[in-house]
Design a protein around this ligand. Structure first.
Ligand SMILES: Cc1cc2nc3c(=O)[nH]c(=O)nc-3n(C[C@H](O)[C@H](O)[C@H](O)COP(=O)(O)OP(=O)(O)OC[C@H]3O[C@@H](n4cnc5c(N)ncnc54)[C@H](O)[C@@H]3O)c2cc1C
Length: 268
């Protein structure tokens, strides 16, 4: 997909912060009764905070809204959110993966679109991100297309060089065919031993030799193993509410992890 049609939502935030950055010293300097040096110092502090916020917001972009025209629906233009599956890059191209929800107007229309069709988008935006150069161990937990932001995080981390800490992906799906990006993930795991790819299937074939069952089944054991390697691991969870809620419950309540170590995004 080309990014050329994006009305970049974060730009609005950046614009407001940028305006703050520019006018804050002046506002303070000319405030009635202001002691000029104090006013300039206060203005400078606000300007510095604006720069910090500006650079932070520049990184926090991970999903966007597609405007999907569904003839006959009311309204005809539906807004549906999709995570960006590719790494943040200077290229205007990005990729997404859409699950076809039976009877869902947005995903059905997207699946029926022909190659070369154009769409409008709003975004990107969002806070479910991981710093590409993070040195903290990470356990990424996803089901279905919830793996897409994980793919983006992984590509970004690997583009920054060999992984400085373990980055493990536990990916839940029903059957072998549902494990999207499997070939790519296996190749990445061979390339960098700090990356471990662990698909777990709830309805595997007889021949399946990997993990079985829901992602929830494996969290405690994997977390113990990852923690034993050192550092305070962070968990990143993405998928439908039922899975996200129950994995959060295991991590936060049963394992007692603080909020800062558990990051999540829900699709419904
Ligand atoms: C921040 C965010 C990021 C998202 N990223 C993605 C993404 O990368 N890929 C993606 O396929 N969807 C993603 N979604 C879900 C997406 O926005 C739509 O909800 C989905 O495509 C269904 O839209 P619909 O119009 O076809 O069906 P609707 O009639 O709007 O939804 C019907 C039901 O489908 C279920 N549903 C929603 N998403 C999924 C899914 N992925 N798999 C199975 N069931 C689902 C929900 O229970 C929902 O109530 C994301 C949602 C959010 C909020």
């Amino acid at each position: 997909m080309e990014k050329s049609k994006l009305a970049v939502g974060c730009d609005v935030i950046n614009l407001i912060l940028g305006a703050f950055l520019f006018i804050s010293p002046w506002l303070f300097a000319f405030a009635p009764g202001a002691e000029s040096w104090n006013a300039w110092i206060a203005g400078a502090v606000i300007a510095i905070l604006s720069i910090a916020a500006l650079s932070a917001f520049a990184e926090w972009e991970e999903w966007l809204n597609l405007i999907v025209d569904v003839p006959g629906s009311e309204p005809t233009a539906l807004k549906r959110s999709y995570s960006i599956a590719s790494a943040p890059a200077s290229s205007p191209r990005f990729s997404i993966a859409v699950t076809h929800v039976q009877g869902g107007p947005g995903s059905t229309t997207l699946h029926a679109m022909k190659e070369g069709a154009t769409l409008s988008c709003i975004g990107p935006q969002g806070f479910f991100t991981r710093a590409a150069n993070s040195t903290l161990p990470s356990l990424l937990i996803a089901t279905g297309t919830g793996v897409t932001p994980m793919r983006s995080m992984l590509q970004a981390a690997l583009a920054a060089g060999p992984l400085p800490a373990p980055m493990w992906l536990l990916f839940g799906a029903r059957r072998e065919v549902d494990v999207i990006y499997s070939g790519e993930m296996e190749a990445l795991a061979r390339r960098d031993p700090a990356f471990r790819f662990m698909p777990t299937l709830s309805q595997p074939s007889e021949a399946w030799v990997g993990l079985r069952g829901y992602v929830q089944t494996h969290i405690q054991e994997l977390w113990a193993e990852l923690s034993s390697l050192g550092g305070a691991p962070h968990a990143y969870i993405c998928g439908l509410e039922r899975m996200v809620g129950s994995v959060r419950e295991i991590l936060r309540t049963e394992l007692g992890l603080p909020r800062q170590q558990v990051h999540s995004e829900r699709y419904d």
